[in-house]
Design a protein around this ligand. Structure first.
Ligand code: SF4
Length: 206
């Protein structure tokens, strides 16, 4: 005979749990978001860090990165998108499973960033619907996790906005940075054997 583990150990054996089918479906959906990483530049490195052990996206059930659009429901655009790449991005979006979600990660994906040129798309939301804008250059992994959790909350509440014809509308959630920017420049010091610091630029004495 095996001993009970997990949820069944916490519940009395003769109890019954009732719920609504919608709630179970939404709980399953939000607990198993499968992202497709469309990482074209440096933001992609932070995206990789988000899935690694330090930040561990698996805690939120969204670590199963899929490179096949038909197996993914969350498109994460991380990095600048060139005009030449745009048709690929649009095709990937169209091939993804419904209901699908889009995160625009970083300044380049949302606005073109510093690449104000004719060759770079000045915001992917001009061509595909974006649900969450994650700010930063690059955004920290915590910010990306916050963006994914924003989508999970909407899925959980069964709160998908639609127009009168039933077509899904983008959520248009813009996250705000959750850290305070330190004043710049930060004073630098040089360590000495006596553990004393002297301001940078002080001439060394022989
Ligand atoms: S937003 Fe910054 S970090 Fe991200 S792709 Fe653009 S330049 Fe790189």
């Amino acid at each position: 005979m095996t001993s009970p583990m997990g949820l069944e150990a916490a519940l009395p054996t003769d109890s019954v749990v009732t719920t609504q089918l919608n709630r179970v479906i939404n709980w399953a959906r939000r607990s198993s978001v499968w992202p497709l990483p469309f990482a074209t530049a440096c933001c992609g490195i932070e995206l990789m860090a988000t899935a690694c052990s330090r930040f561990d996206l698996a805690r939120f059930g969204a670590e199963v990165m899929r490179f096949s659009p038909r197996q993914a429901d969350l498109l994460i655009v991380a990095g600048r998108v060139s005009v030449k790449t745009l048709p690929v991005l649009q095709r990937i979006y169209m091939q993804m499973a419904e209901p699908k979600w889009v995160i625009s990660m970083g300044a380049c994906a949302s606005t073109g960033g510093v690449f104000d040129t004719y060759a770079v798309v000045q915001g992917v939301d001009q061509y595909i619907p974006v649900d969450v804008y994650v700010p930063g250059c690059p955004p920290r992994p915590e910010m990306l996790i916050e963006g994914i959790m924003a989508i999970q909350r909407i899925i959980d509440e069964d709160n998908i906005p639609r127009d009168p014809t039933g077509k899904r509308l983008p959520l248009n959630i813009a996250l705000t940075p959750n850290y305070e920017v330190r004043p710049q420049p930060v004073p630098l010091g040089i360590g000495t054997p006596a553990n004393r610091t002297v301001p940078a630029g002080t001439p060394l004495r022989g």
